[in-house]
Design a protein around this ligand. Structure first.
Ligand SMILES: Nc1nc2c(ncn2[C@@H]2O[C@H](COP(=O)(O)OP(=O)(O)OP(=O)(O)O)[C@@H](O)[C@H]2O)c(=O)[nH]1
Length: 253
């Protein structure tokens, strides 16, 4: 600075240096600030203040970058966990992911004071396919069933294979019982159509238990138990239909 520099000019110069530091995010740009000290006492004070501020900004930026990296790492870990929890036969999420999605869906529904639905499916006469056409045909059938069920779902719904011939459907945005019932009907229709397999034709069906949050349960376990009781009721009613848990099990439906 020259002795004729006005306060306004000094501040203008200070701002330019600060902008350079902010743009570069690098404390090496603080150099020119140091050169600005040693002039009029208030200018020196201002320059020191700006220098401290610059250190703070750069530290915050470094911390932000570190946090962004950690968030990206966590996202990758979650993805890897999900991949490790896919059913190897159908590539569907397994029980653990199904429970996780159901938990998320309950939390979201609770936050918006809305509702969501769960369908619990168990194929009818699946064992017969294994027994007559062989285990490989049973495996092929499970994959074909998966495709047909996925064709009935909307984006955001989760279809999971719990094991054997059991599937769970989490429907986060399906709050109306009538909509879930219609979907259950479409799934039954889709699986009632014969399956041409490599080893022969398979003729199966599916029984489905329904449950809705918050009406039939408040937690993951309560909703699954209610849908499971509905499934038992569907099997008891002759199969290839959907049902709710009977009122005796603490359910009004
Ligand atoms: N092919 C094949 N079969 C499996 C697999 N996992 C379980 N199973 C068989 O699936 C069958 C499921 O049994 P159930 O549900 O009692 O058979 P189901 O004929 O559908 O009986 P209902 O539900 O009463 O109609 C058993 O025979 C299991 O051995 C699998 O990954 N592949």
């Amino acid at each position: 600075m020259t002795s004729t520099e006005t306060d306004e000019q000094f501040l203008q110069r200070l701002c330019e240096v600060m902008q350079r530091i902010a743009l570069q995010g690098d404390l090496r740009a603080v150099g020119p600030l140091m050169d600005m000290t040693g002039q009029r006492p208030e200018h020196t004070l201002l320059a020191r203040l700006a220098e401290s501020f610059a250190h703070m900004v750069v530290k915050i930026e470094a911390r932000e970058f570190e946090l962004e990296c950690r968030i990206a790492d966590l996202g990758q870990t979650r993805q890897e966990l999900e991949l490790a929890n896919l059913d190897p036969l159908t590539s569907l999420p397994n029980r653990m992911i199904a429970r996780d999605r159901l938990r998320q869906s309950i939390t979201e529904a609770r936050a918006r004071q809305g509702a969501m639905s769960v369908l619990f499916l168990d194929l009818d006469r699946f064992k017969q396919v294994n027994d007559t056409l062989g285990h490989a045909a049973g495996d092929e059938l499970l994959c074909r069933v998966t495709q047909r069920l996925q064709g009935c779902l909307r984006e955001g719904d989760t279809l999971a294979r719990l094991g054997g011939d059991e599937f769970l459907c989490v429907l986060p945005t399906c709050g109306e019982p009538e909509a879930a019932q219609a979907l259950a009907g479409r799934m039954i229709g889709a699986l009632t159509q014969r399956f041409p397999l490599a080893a022969g034709v398979a003729d199966i069906g599916t029984s489905i238990g329904l449950a809705h949050f918050p009406r039939d349960g408040q937690s993951v376990d309560e909703l699954i138990a209610s849908a499971d009781a509905g499934l038992y009721e569907a099997k008891r009613s002759g199969r290839n239909c959907w049902r709710y848990a009977p009122p005796a099990a603490g359910n009004p439906a």
